[in-house]
Design a binder for this molecule. Structure first.
Ligand SMILES: [Zn+2]
Length: 87
């Protein structure tokens, strides 16, 4: 009888922990990307040429186009190169 009680307590603790984890996992989505399905899309950095997950990219809107870079440093380099072309 005592064992069954322990199993029930363990089960309830497991369910509580699971729902707590699920809440914490789902919470960031409210402020995160609107399209979770494209989270794993890999895009190419036009500056250094490496591939990275789209959601982790640094976005830059320019001339109606959105460019994505692996880091702010690459975005800055892209802007520098654009400046060089135009001037
Ligand atoms: Zn880069």
């Amino acid at each position: 009888m005592k064992l069954i009680l322990l199993i029930i307590i363990a089960y309830l603790a497991y369910r509580a922990a699971k729902s707590w984890v699920m809440r914490n996992l789902q919470a960031p989505d409210q402020n995160g990307p609107r399209h979770p399905s494209i989270d794993d899309v890999m895009v190419k950095d036009p500056v250094c040429g490496i591939y990275f997950p789209q959601r982790e990219g640094v976005a830059l809107r320019r001339g109606g186009q959105t460019f994505l870079f692996c880091s702010a440093a690459c975005r800055d380099r892209f802007l520098e190169e654009q400046k060089g072309i135009r001037s």
